[in-house]
Design a protein around this ligand. Structure first.
Ligand SMILES: [Zn+2]
Length: 272
């Protein structure tokens, strides 16, 4: 958990461990979910029914649950098209910089490597073979969610199928009031107010206070170094150094110290 020191007003009373409201997109920006493109799922997809049929049949598991009935798995594998691409589709992926693999390069004075990541022409047969059931995971030619999306769009384009839902235009929702979308785009997070107090915050989530507000830096250092804090305890000098530096990562590992809290690490380095 990363932590930071903030200067807030002495009477700042936002609850501890609760994300500061200024960091959260207000509920008033929630749009009315489009009812016409859920296509049986819990959320709008933004796709037309025609595009959805292409998108949702790419992988076998999208078609039917493997154990739905005897032979369901094999049935789904026969219909799914993740391993049944045409050459034009593979060419499109290569053009888009997908299916990257190690390709040869001429070594230069500043770079002696004779390989680099790049794209090379591929046959549909080799790409399909790499994506067949049982071909293993993690290879250069495996499809990821980006390939999936590009391929579905490409099929729609080739077939003259409109990609987006006709009701929401692919936005997945409609404005709850005129101008809502523009307002949401213009919205910016607001920082907590600034003042004379000292407070410890965690910044892994959007950001929330995790200590009381203290009138002096040393009061906060004393609180951080109170043995009552158990595993969160740090030596007083370490806490004081952390506060002076203003920021430390949550946990740091180095050969000399092993894994220690970020505040301890800052202290350790200050002794060197
Ligand atoms: Zn829609």
């Amino acid at each position: 958990m990363s932590r930071s020191i903030r200067r807030v007003p002495l009477d700042f009373d936002w609850p501890q461990n609760k994300v500061w409201e200024g960091y959260l997109t207000p509920d008033k920006f929630n749009e009315i979910p489009c009812p016409d493109c859920t296509h049986g799922s819990d959320h709008p997809t933004g796709y037309s029914a025609e595009a959805n049929a292409i998108y949702k049949t790419f992988y076998p598991h999208q078609i039917v649950h493997a154990g739905a009935w005897p032979g369901a798995h094999e049935h789904a594998q026969r219909l799914a098209w993740c391993d049944k691409l045409g050459q034009a589709e593979v060419d499109m992926l290569v053009e888009e910089g997908r299916l990257r693999t190690l390709v040869r390069r001429e070594p230069t004075d500043d770079n002696p490597r004779n390989w680099e990541w790049g794209t090379a022409p591929r046959t549909a047969a080799e790409v399909n073979a790499a994506n067949k059931p049982g071909a293993g995971f993690g290879g250069d030619l495996d499809h990821d969610s980006i390939n999936h999306m590009l391929l579905a769009r490409f099929r729609c384009k080739q077939l003259g199928i409109t990609l987006e839902c006709g009701s929401c235009g692919g936005e997945c929702g409609t404005e709850a009031y005129p101008g809502q979308r523009a307002e949401a785009e213009a919205w910016e997070a607001t920082e907590p107010p600034v003042g004379d107090g000292w407070q410890l915050w965690e910044t892994v989530s959007e950001g929330s206070p995790i200590s009381p507000v203290f009138p002096a830096a040393d009061d906060l250092a004393r609180w951080m170094s109170d043995p009552e804090r158990g595993t969160q305890w740090v030596p007083h000098a370490t806490a004081a150094k952390f506060i002076a530096d203003g920021w430390a990562p949550s946990a740091v590992s180095s050969p000399e110290t092993g894994l220690v809290s970020g505040a301890e690490w800052v202290g350790h380095h200050s002794e060197q």
